[in-house]
Write a protein that binds this ligand. Structure first.
Ligand code: DGL
Length: 274
C-alpha cells in the first residue's frame, strides 16, 4: 500500500524544508509532524532528543509511511544514527529514516573557495560535532568553524525575527564565528528555523560570504534518493496531498505555519505520551 512521505521537526522549522521539497517534488503526498509541545529540542540532552524523535518516527511508521525525513538538525545530530542502526531493524527493517546533515555535508565544500566554512546551529547540533565529522568525510582538510546560536530559535518562535532584538543576537553570533574563522566564505544555516532570519543575517555578513539554507539541498538529495531507491519510491503515494500534525495547539500551528511554509495549512492535533 502506498503512503505519504513523513517529514518531522521539533516544531515549525521543518516546514522551511518541506516547502522546498514540495516545490521540487509536488507529485508526492507528505505528512508533517511538528512536536511543538516539546520544542525546542536544541538545548535538550541526547537521551531526550532520541526518545522524542524515536516516538515520532514510530508514529509515522504506524501511519504506514515507508520513508521519514528528519527535517531537524538537532534530531538528525542526536537521534538519527541510533534509530538507523539500533531501532530500524526492530521497528521497520524495510523502512527508511533520513536526516539533513549528510546531504548538506556532501555538498557544502563545493561552495567554498577559501576551504573554510561556518556552521550556525543549535547547542545540540554544535555539541554533537556531527557537521565537522561528516564534512571531513567528503571534504578532508576543509576547516569547519561552529557557533551555537541558542537565542535564534526562540526569536523565530516568538515572531521576533524581524525586530531590532534579533539584530543584537545575530550580530553577536556572527561576530563570534568570524573571530574563530576569518577566512570563512560559506555560512550554513544549520537549523531549519534560521531561513526566517536570512534577510537580517545578510545585512551583517561581509560581502562575498555565501549564506546557505538547507531546504533546496535536502529537496535535491531526496529526489536523487528516490531515483536510486525504486523499492522505496514505489511505496510513496502520489496525489499531491499534504497533511499537518502538531503535538500542541492547532491554532498556534496554523498561524505560525503560514510564515514558515508560505501558505495556509490546517493542522490536526496529536497526543504523544511523554
Ligand atoms: N529546527 C531545529 C533544528 O533544525 C531546531 C529547533 C529546536 O531547537 O527544536 O535544529
Amino acid at each position: 500500500m502506498q503512503k505519504p512521505i513523513g517529514v518531522f521537526d521539533s516544531g515549525y522549522g521543518g516546514l522551511t524544508v518541506l516547502k522546498e521539497i514540495v516545490n521540487k517534488l509536488p507529485q508526492y503526498d507528505y505528512v508533517y509532524l511538528g512536536d511543538n509541545a516539546r520544542a525546542p529540542y536544541g538545548n535538550r540532552s541526547f537521551d531526550t532528543v532520541y526518545h522524542y524523535t524515536l516516538q515520532c518516527v514510530e508514529w509515522f511508521f504506524n501511519q504506514g509511511c515507508s520513508l521519514v525525513i528528519l527535517a531537524c538538525n538537532t534530531a538528525s545530530a542526536k537521534a538519527l544514527r541510533t534509530i538507523q542502526q539500533n531501532d530500524l531493524p526492530r521497528i521497520g527493517p524495510a523502512k527508511r529514516v533520513l536526516g539533513v546533515i549528510r546531504p548538506t555535508s556532501e555538498i557544502i565544500g563545493t561552495f567554498s573557495e577559501t576551504k573554510s566554512v561556518g556552521i550556525l546551529a543549535t547547542n545540540g547540533t554544535v555539541s554533537s560535532n556531527s557537521y565537522p565529522i561528516e564534512i571531513e568525510k567528503f571534504f578532508p582538510g576543509i576547516k569547519v568553524y561552529q557557533e551555537a546560536c541558542p537565542m535564534w530559535v526562540p526569536l523565530v518562535e516568538n515572531n521576533e525575527h524581524e525586530s531590532s532584538g534579533a539584530d543584537f543576537f545575530i550580530k553577536k553570533n556572527l561576530h563570534n564565528i568570524f573571530e574563530k574563522g576569518e577566512r570563512i566564505d560559506v555560512l550554513l544555516l544549520a537549523c531549519t528555523h534560521y531561513p526566517l532570519l536570512k534577510n537580517k543575517i545578510e545585512q551583517h555578513i561581509p560581502v562575498g560570504v555565501k549564506l546557505l539554507s538547507q531546504g533546496e539541498i535536502v529537496a535535491n538529495s531526496l529526489e536523487d534518493y528516490l531515483q536510486r531507491h525504486p523499492e522505496i519510491e514505489k511505496q510513496c503515494s502520489r496525489n499531491g496531498q499534504r497533511q499537518f500534525h502538531t503535538t500542541d495547539s492547532i491554532e498556534d500551528f496554523d498561524s505560525h505555519a503560514t510564515v514558515f511554509f508560505g501558505e495556509a495549512v490546517q493542522a490536526r492535533h496529536l497526543d504523544l505520551e511523554g
